[in-house]
Design a protein around this ligand. Structure first.
Ligand code: SF4
Length: 305
């Protein structure tokens, strides 16, 4: 098996490694801030897997107590997800005031700049307007996100591509970059079993090639390397296969979903606040956290974030 120095020959991994070591020990959690969302996207792991059965606490004392307990535990980084976190701006602010943090949002409601100036924001996009209409319930979702985060130095796009949607990658990435925002990629898991162009069993070869072209065309604007792209989308690391036994986050063979390309979320839930502890679907949530962490470090490898 290759040792660490072999992995660190990848320039991006090397720079990420250096930045993270400079940042010091990381004690990270991921919090489902709310069980509510203003969309119902087909294949959303949060709703498909019934995670909204756990309600966020109504009372601020419960939420404040959660923050104090996490501080006492030594938590120093929080990835805020949901549901849709922008429906709970005051609680985003509370987390931001106590921890390094990042947030994932659908972009429909703008997260204010004032008071949250250094919050990395990953905006989800699944494709062009037709894909928004087909999978997310409205043609203008991408447009709203573009308008809300034009030239916002906190924002990057978190682009989830389905197997049969490689042809959209070029124009969607161009729109994101023209808007002044870099791009990180994710791979669509067909949790709603819609099949056809969305079926993970079609493989991600064309998507991987399209992403590689974007990395080559836009140096420094795509938060991914061809190597990382290949490892995540193939389950192949150097000459070895990896899966649930190696990394419970980047799982392709979770025992709870045998045969599935994705894995399920297994989480601890405390008063409606969810902290994923095992595998998370669609492979790139760890990448999102890592990129967001790096973006939150002053002077990190991602200028402008
Ligand atoms: S916006 Fe996000 S949380 Fe809401 S339904 Fe879509 S994928 Fe799920």
């Amino acid at each position: 098996m290759p040792n660490l120095s072999a992995y660190l020959k990848d320039p991006l991994l090397r720079r990420m490694w250096n930045d993270i070591r400079e940042a010091g020990p990381l004690r990270s959690i991921s919090v489902d801030l709310t069980h509510l969302c203003n969309l119902r996207c087909a294949g959303c792991y949060y709703f498909e897997e019934g995670m909204d059965a756990y309600k966020s606490p109504a009372g601020e004392m419960v939420f404040d107590g959660f923050i104090e307990r996490e501080k006492a535990r030594g938590t120093n980084f929080v990835t805020i997800v949901g549901g849709e976190p922008s429906l709970e701006i005051p609680r985003i602010k509370k987390i931001y005031d106590h921890f390094r943090a990042s947030v994932a949002t659908n972009g429909i409601r703008k997260i204010p700049y004032e008071g949250l100036e250094n919050l990395p924001i990953g905006i989800s996009v699944w494709g062009d307007c037709d894909t928004d209409q087909a999978l997310r319930g409205g043609k203008d979702i991408f447009e709203k996100g573009l308008n809300n985060y034009r030239d916002d130095p906190r924002a990057f796009w978190y682009y989830t591509v389905a197997p049969g949607h490689a042809h959209e990658v070029e124009r969607v990435v161009a729109r994101c970059l023209e808007n002044g925002n870099p791009v990180l990629f994710n791979y669509y898991s067909d949790l709603a079993h819609l099949g056809g162009a969305l079926d993970y069993r079609n493989g991600f070869g064309p998507v991987r090639q399209a992403i590689d072209r974007m990395i080559e065309r836009y140096p420094g604007r795509i938060f991914m390397t061809p190597y990382f792209n290949r490892v995540i989308s193939t389950g192949q690391l150097f000459d070895e296969r990896w899966g649930y036994d190696v990394c419970t986050n980047l799982s392709t063979d979770c025992p709870k979903m045998p045969g599935a390309w994705k894995a399920v979320n297994h989480s601890t839930r405390i008063s409606g606040l969810t902290m994923p502890i095992l595998c998370i679907p669609a492979a790139v949530v760890p990448a999102f956290s890592a990129i967001a962490l790096l973006a939150s470090i002053p002077g990190s490898i991602f200028p402008g974030l």
